[in-house]
Design a binder for this molecule. Structure first.
Ligand SMILES: Cc1cc2nc3c(=O)[nH]c(=O)nc-3n(C[C@H](O)[C@H](O)[C@H](O)COP(=O)(O)OP(=O)(O)OC[C@H]3O[C@@H](n4cnc5c(N)ncnc54)[C@H](O)[C@@H]3O)c2cc1C
Length: 636
């Protein structure tokens, strides 16, 4: 059997689903090839979306017209806005989701997407063709399709590989090892080699997941309840209210006895007996790693999270482990709340192949194999959101490359435009030596990359691309108009001391001596549009102008006014960096001959071949003096 498409997406995980929807929504005839259609966007580990910096990525995916935010809103069973005690640059939405319903909601989105087919099978071999050398370029290789384990051949103008943890996946529990891409799912054995034989480099990484517990065996009276928030936040700017009941999570601590049992198993731990050689995520350590790294601590917090509305399965966050199963269960029983615990399955670790992301362009197309795009865990990242963000960009760029629109330029997000831009720039410029997860600290323009304003950064661009649809664009325009009305009112409305001073004193802030504009008061920490509108009825009227999204609009306007100075300063710095970003150096130098560069810089520049001077400046090992050398040579 042979099939022809514009774009093929291999793997229906978080990267693959976003890539497939983005590509199809941009008009490319797309096929998603995935091993199990009933495990679409399976959350391999924690059934939660978002969190610090990750929540911002989900908002960006949504602002671009992606699906992760919508699916999360529809299946959330607990929503929290993290970091609200800090400035708005740090606010990060996070939602606990119903794992099963998340899968089926994603399936519904895929099923309802025009131009998108699904083929349930395993891609076994990347099919390529040689492009002979010409006057403009050397001989190259182009990806043209895949052959599956059942012998189907699917051809396309572009292929997006999003195979997650499945490539040569090897699972570990104690000394036992089983080949698999995820618990109860097969590993993919040949696909890596069909890519690396062309010169793409692969290496190994590792991750792990905790035990799943039967709710009926838990003594909840010995745990502390952690309720969700009253205020209903949401991920999507499209305002679809969540449908599911909100459920609590629970917290409890480990203790010295638990640690003693865990330590007794260390000799059989694949992490410590040499069985696992590859590097895992430093920021999601296993419980045994925590014991070894923080030997002085006599307790570690654990979070018990429901896996869904109608299931007894619970996820024990913080207890990731690949110790022998008897050790894991015995240790759990030493926690009073789990004295009678019954588990569905123990925690396990998994090792898998990933590909060196410095061999990718910013469009996520391979520098080695034309028309091959890669996204998600296969690029050395970890996390559903990181995968979804890359998938969105890879899907967009594959559709563009396949000629589905008149736009021939790749779609690239810069570091001051989106966390997705930071993520991809870090991957292709710096590479990875451990599973990469996003943190706010990785972004230099944090105040420009807030969760509240992803639509203002991205929706217009996505609409121009054809990805964001008219309803999303119209809503953004309407929101923008209301925000500007509120701002204009506040910047122009004069406030007299005698009308406001009693309110200011009651709110614990200094009374006015002279009149000022309302916006001057908004910037005070004790004040906000809500408490000011109680004293200024005209403001209340502006905020309440007919719209069904008053709270969201007022919050956006308030943040823009309160942080105006910071926002403008960061924009200025970003603007300066854009000047370096505009200096294209790709192909301008034969780095091997530039003796005035340091050896390390020469090697890194030869390997990465940066597009711009700004990208060169971000490569680890390329110093400011190396950049000066390039600037001087360009001047000549
Ligand atoms: C045990 C475990 C623990 C984890 N723990 C954490 C954690 O603590 N923190 C964290 O942030 N992340 C964790 N992750 C990682 C997280 O699950 C991934 O980052 C995320 O799922 C990546 O999304 P993806 O789309 O790249 O890949 P995946 O979600 O893995 O999806 C890959 C998809 O591709 C399909 N596929 C693969 N190969 C083929 C092929 N050849 N043909 C057809 N279909 C194919 C698979 O069936 C699957 O649907 C863990 C993953 C695992 C397995």
């Amino acid at each position: 059997m042979k099939f022809n498409y514009d774009v093929l997406v291999i793997g229906g995980g978080h990267a693959g689903c976003e890539a497939a929807c983005a590509s199809a929504n941009m008009g490319a005839r797309t096929c998603l090839v995935t091993m199990d259609m009933n495990k679409i966007a399976q959350m391999s580990c924690n059934p939660a979306i978002g969190g610090i910096a990750k929540g911002q990525i989900v908002r960006e995916i949504d602002a671009l017209g992606g699906q992760m935010g919508l699916v999360t809103d529809a299946t959330a069973i607990q929503f929290r806005m993290l970091n609200v005690g800090k400035g708005p640059a740090m606010w990060s939405p996070r939602a606990q989701c119903d794992r099963g319903k998340f899968i089926w909601e994603w399936r519904r989105h895929l099923d309802e997407t025009a131009n998108l087919d699904i083929w349930q099978d395993q891609a076994d071999e990347l099919l390529t063709e040689a492009i002979p050398a010409s006057q403009e370029s050397e001989a190259r290789v182009r990806a043209i399709g895949v052959r599956t384990i059942w012998g189907a051949e699917l051809y396309a103008k572009c292929i997006v590989v999003t195979a997650g943890t499945f490539l040569n996946g090897l699972m570990h529990i104690g000394r036992r090892m089983v080949a698999g891409g995820r618990i109860a799912e097969p590993a993919v054995e040949h696909f890596t080699e069909s890519i690396t034989r062309h010169g793409v480099t692969s290496a190994r990484m590792k991750t792990g997941t905790p035990v799943r517990i039967d709710k009926r065996s838990i003594h909840f009276e010995d745990m502390e309840e952690q309720p969700g928030e009253q205020r209903q936040y949401q991920f999507s700017y499209m305002n679809r209210k969540g449908a599911l009941a909100q459920l609590p999570c629970w917290t409890v601590n480990t203790n010295a006895e638990v640690h003693e049992v865990l330590r007794s198993g260390l000799a059989d731990s694949p992490l410590y007996n040499g069985q696992i050689q590859s590097i895992g995520p430093r920021y999601c350590p296993s419980i045994e790693t925590k014991l070894v790294t923080f030997a002085e601590r006599d307790k570690h917090p654990l979070f018990l999270e429901p896996e869904g509305e109608d299931t007894n399965e619970m996820y024990l966050n913080g207890f990731s482990s690949s110790l022998p199963m008897a050790v894991q269960i015995e240790a759990l029983k030493r926690i009073p709340a789990f004295r009678d615990v019954r588990v569905y399955r123990p925690g396990y670790a998994i090792e898998y192949d990933f590909f060196d992301p410095t061999q990718l362009h910013h469009s996520l197309e391979s520098k080695i194999i034309d028309c091959l795009f890669m996204a998600g865990q296969v690029n050395g990242t970890t996390g559903y959101e990181e995968a979804g963000g890359q998938g969105t960009l890879a899907g967009i760029n594959a559709a563009l490359r396949a000629g589905s629109t008149n736009n021939e330029q790749p779609f690239i997000l810069h570091r001051d435009e989106a966390y997705i831009g930071v993520l991809i720039d870090d991957l292709v410029t710096k590479g990875v030596d451990e599973p990469y997860r996003m943190f706010t600290s990785r972004a230099e323009y944090r105040i420009l990359l807030r969760q509240d304003d992803a639509d203002s950064r991205l929706t217009e661009k996505a609409y121009q691309l054809g990805l964001a649809k008219r309803d999303r664009y119209d809503w953004w325009k309407e929101k923008q108009k209301h925000i500007e009305e509120i701002e204009e009112f506040c910047y122009n409305f004069p406030i007299k001391p005698r009308l406001i001073n009693s309110t200011l004193e009651a709110l614990g802030t200094t009374p006015l001596q002279y009149g000022c504009k309302l916006a001057d008061l908004v910037s005070r920490p004790q004040l906000n549009l809500s408490n000011l509108s109680e004293a200024v009825p005209q403001l209340k009227e502006v905020i309440n102008r007919p719209t069904n999204r008053k709270a969201e609009i007022a919050e956006a306007a308030e943040i823009r006014m309160k942080y105006k100075g910071y926002i403008e300063r960061e924009k200025m710095v970003a603007e300066k960096m854009h000047r370096l970003e505009n200096i294209k150096i790709k192909g301008a130098f034969d780095y091997a001959t530039l003796q005035s560069l340091s050896t390390e810089a020469r090697q890194k520049l030869m390997k990465i071949q940066p597009e711009t001077l700004a990208q060169a400046s971000r490569i680890p090992g390329v110093s400011p003096s190396d950049i000066n050398v390039l600037l001087v040579l360009m001047g000549r």
